[in-house]
Design a protein around this ligand. Structure first.
Ligand code: GDP
Ligand code: GDP
Length: 437
């Protein structure tokens, strides 16, 4: 189910990233420890009053030259208008109302998107006087907040969440595999969509408007139904947007949310860069099945070990996703293209697999017998019971005497044993530890 999107907009230094981190911060503290996953966040998820949402900090788009700040603020606002369901427009009580604020206000006003006006840096009651001038922006009563003191954040979320649309219903039957193609610009996403469909010799009509900006392309092959998920939203805006990392991450995130399987495209010709890691990291964190697709394999000069070397390179760069298989192909020449869908079917099955409790407990009991948990300050972890509580992704709860005693390395050991017994290729596994003696 696609989460509605809240975007934070405002000129530099008003405190957007401070607030963004506050909002996603609480959640971060409870997610499991995942080394290697980037903390350099542009996009997060949260929940407030029982409503789940995604949130984007649109700041940090850097442009150069004359009037750069104004241009980048304008671009952020346009991005938010296009992508968000609710916009948090942030201004700065210390700095007062500026020309840039006025410009953003006009853009937002014309968009007719719901806007919540947040006046930041209201660190104490004395500053309340500075809030009144912002009424003039025309977005009703401003919500005073202080990012650095953590004040008013709840009121802000109340106002934003209240204006969110209801979550969208699932759009496809359960047996349809929803596939998102993600990767940085020019890696070959559109080409791969075209080749996959071309190979089918199926005339497909693009189904526009199933959700805002999404273009979904359903097709069928060997009795299996798929839908390719793409978010075309900003594409029409052209290259300036395409080249910002924020743009590709946002596009990827929106597609990932709605997918079962993420195809993480890597440019075989250019190799792996930091941005690839960010994009892959989101698929991992969203709990989706994933496949690395090394594209443009036709132009890679190959010896007899090139593939192994490339795969090793991927493993080194994506330590947190060792479960994801690697497929080498060329979207352009269709070389090796036939290898892709069988892997998609396989990881999709693994992603939805449910293991019977007694089998799971047998495997964990064996693992503990071979390698008992180490003691910690004289106390030893005791595992009482293990059960799989969810699929997509497979989620396992381990009931223990004291969750504090479950260390990351031991949890990793158990995960490896579970994978050795049941496969789970291509899917992350979530393991939670709960107290029960
Ligand atoms: P962004 O550029 O809009 O993302 O702004 P940042 O979050 O990077 O914040 C810009 C500056 O304002 C930083 O030095 C923050 O510490 C400061 N700041 C953020 N929130 C507050 C606040 O509530 N009160 C005060 N006094 N300073 C704040
Ligand atoms: P997107 O931005 O990720 O959707 O990438 P496109 O599908 O638009 O492809 C970007 C460029 O790479 C285009 O010029 C494609 O023709 C080219 N391209 C895509 N796939 C391949 C491939 O497998 N081999 C080669 N040589 N070029 C490719």
């Amino acid at each position: 189910m696609a989460r509605p999107v809240i975007a934070i907009v405002g000129r530099p230094n008003v405190g957007k990233s401070t607030i963004f981190n506050r909002i996603i911060g609480d959640r971060l503290a409870i997610v499991e420890d995942k080394p290697g996953v980037t903390r350099d966040r542009l996009y997060g998820t949260g929940e407030w009053n029982g409503k789940a949402f995604s949130i984007i900090d649109t700041g940090g788009i850097e442009l150069e030259g004359e009037d750069a700040i104004m241009k980048s603020v304008r671009m952020q606002a346009e991005l938010a208008i296009e992508e968000a369901d609710v916009i948090v427009f942030m201004v700065d009580a210390k700095a007062g109302l500026t020309h840039a604020d006025d410009e953003v206000a006009q853009l937002l006003f014309r968009s007719r998107k719901p806007v919540v006006l947040a006046v930041n840096k209201v660190d104490n009651d004395n500053r309340m006087d500075d809030v009144y001038e912002f009424y003039g922006l025309g977005f009703g009563a401003p919500v005073p907040i202080s990012g650095s003191h953590g004040l008013g954040i709840g009121d802000l979320l109340d106002a934003a969440v209240e204006r969110l649309p209801d979550p969208m219903e699932p759009e496809y039957d359960d047996d349809v595999i929803r596939v998102a193609l993600i990767g940085r610009p020019n890696v070959g996403k559109s080409s791969l969509v075209n080749s996959l469909l071309g190979e089918e010799r199926v005339i497909v009509s693009e189904v526009a408007g199933t959700t805002r900006d999404a273009i979904d392309t359903p097709f069928e092959r060997d009795g299996q139904r798929y839908v390719l998920i793409d978010t075309a939203g900003m594409r029409k805006r052209g290259k300036v947007y395409e080249t910002t990392e924020k743009y590709s991450v946002m596009r990827a995130m929106k597609a990932i949310e709605r997918a079962d399987v993420a195809l993480v495209l890597i440019n075989g010709q250019e190799g792996i860069i930091e941005q690839d890691k960010h994009i892959a990291g989101y698929a991992h964190e969203a709990g989706k099945a994933a496949i690395f697709v090394v594209n443009k394999w036709d132009v890679v000069e190959k010896g007899d070990k090139t593939m192994q070397q490339f795969e090793r390179n991927i493993r080194e760069h994506f330590l947190f996703m060792t479960y994801a298989p690697v497929v080498f192909l060329s979207a352009l020449t269709k070389q090796r293209l036939h290898k892709l869908l069988p892997v998609v079917n396989h990881v999709s099955n693994q992603h939805a697999m449910r293991i019977q409790t007694h089998l799971l407990n047998d495997v964990v009991a064996d693992a503990v017998a071979i390698n008992p948990p180490p003691t910690d300050k004289g106390k030893r972890l005791k595992i009482n019971y293990v059960t799989q509580v969810a699929v997509k992704p497979p989620t396992v709860v381990v009931f223990v005497n004291d969750p504090e005693l479950m260390h990351f390395s031991y949890q990793r050991y158990l995960e490896n044993k579970i994978r050795a017994a049941f496969d789970f290729e291509g899917t992350p596994i979530r393991i939670y530890t709960r107290r029960k003696s």
